[in-house]
Ligand binder design. Structure first.
Ligand code: ADP
Ligand code: MG
Length: 312
């Protein structure tokens, strides 16, 4: 039966740099095309952690060596750039895969703005590290220029940015219209371009929204049947990497909330996925969240693997 599916792609779907990305998207497109081939309606979102950090640093470097160019490029603009070049690569690879399978569908990327609240408490407590680990010189430059940094798990300093919650997808009608006319849509890339509303003006915010939360909002707004979060593990575990590790097949939102409160999921990796899954699955009847491995998307939607999260 035809389902409406929002697919959230993780870092392993895109790789860490452009050469890796160009290879990864081919592989990723096969997993997505498998679902389209089964007759499902598909909307794709993706992360941008390494990419947005790279763009931000590249723009800063350019500014340092070209005096007429500002050393500062707003993070919202960096997210927009990441949506464009990831979308381009992905839509191109998916187009080719669909033609190869004889599926007459076109693919479009929607540059998507996502509204956040300017008084979101997460603006006061930046928590999302982006980009590379800084050397001493870079660290001094960052500190002298008011760029916030954080020590990341004993590995060194990285830039840290705020990650407010997504409240509204500005281009949602465009996305819905494309979907309903049979297009494959890539939207909310990198969690969406964060903006705040000032009257009729949308002002870019210095933040990077979590792609798992933005994908849950997208799935709710589109009244999707499934939110499928594709990542680097086949299932979610409790007591992850411990002696009592247990891989989960299907859980209710109540069980998921309980496991969250017991601290089974790592912040910044599995926690936002399970929270996003709960957010979507609890928001209506017949809304299923699935977390599984990129390569297992088709097996997952057919109930053969992955971790399912449902209202009851
Ligand atoms: P993505 O780029 O797809 O968002 P992340 O690296 O952010 O991927 O999150 C997925 C990772 O979360 C897995 O590869 C796994 O190592 C880690 N992880 C942390 N806690 C758990 C858990 N309880 N069960 C499964 N994986 C977990
Ligand atoms: Mg992640």
């Amino acid at each position: 039966m035809k389902k409406r599916i929002v697919i959230a792609l993780g870092g392993n779907a895109l790789g860490n740099n452009l050469p890796e990305q160009m290879i990864a998207v081919k592989h990723t497109s096969k997993a997505i095309a498998d679902l389209i081939e089964e007759g499902h309606e598909v909307v794709i979102s993706h992360g941008n952690g390494p990419q947005v950090g790279m763009i931000n640093e590249a723009m800063a470097e350019y500014g340092r060596s070209n005096k007429e160019h500002p050393t500062f490029t707003p993070l919202s603009v960096c997210v927009a750039m990441s949506q464009a070049y990831i979308g381009y690569d992905l839509q191109n690879a998916l187009r080719e895969e669909l033609i190869g399978r004889g599926i007459p569908k076109s693919v479009a990327t929607v540059i998507t703005q996502v509204r956040v609240d300017s008084d979101d408490p997460k603006f006061l407590n930046p928590s999302k590290p982006i980009g590379h680990f800084m050397n001493e010189e870079e660290l001094e430059y960052a500190k002298a220029n008011g760029i916030q940094v954080m020590e990341d798990a004993g590995r060194g300093y990285r830039r840290v940015v705020a990650s407010p919650m997504p409240k509204e997808i500005i281009e949602i009608n465009t996305i819905r219209n494309l979907l309903e006319s049979g297009e494959i849509v890539i939207a909310c890339g990198g969690g969406g371009i964060p903006v705040t509303r000032i009257g009729n003006h949308l002002k870019g915010a210095a933040a990077v929204i979590d792609k798992d939360f933005a994908s849950a909002l997208l799935a709710k707004e589109l009244n999707a049947d499934y939110l499928i979060i594709l990542t680097a593990v086949e299932k979610v575990a409790i007591a992850f990497r411990g002696p009592n590790e247990k891989w989960l097949d299907a859980i209710s939102v109540e069980e998921a909330r309980q496991y969250i409160s017991e601290g089974h999921f790592a912040p910044g990796s599995m926690l936002p996925k399970v929270q996003a899954a709960v957010e979507f699955a609890s928001s209506g009847e017949n809304r299923t969240a699935l977390i599984t491995l990129l390569e297992k998307a088709k097996d997952g939607i057919n109930g053969k693997t992955g971790t399912f999260i449902r209202k009851a």
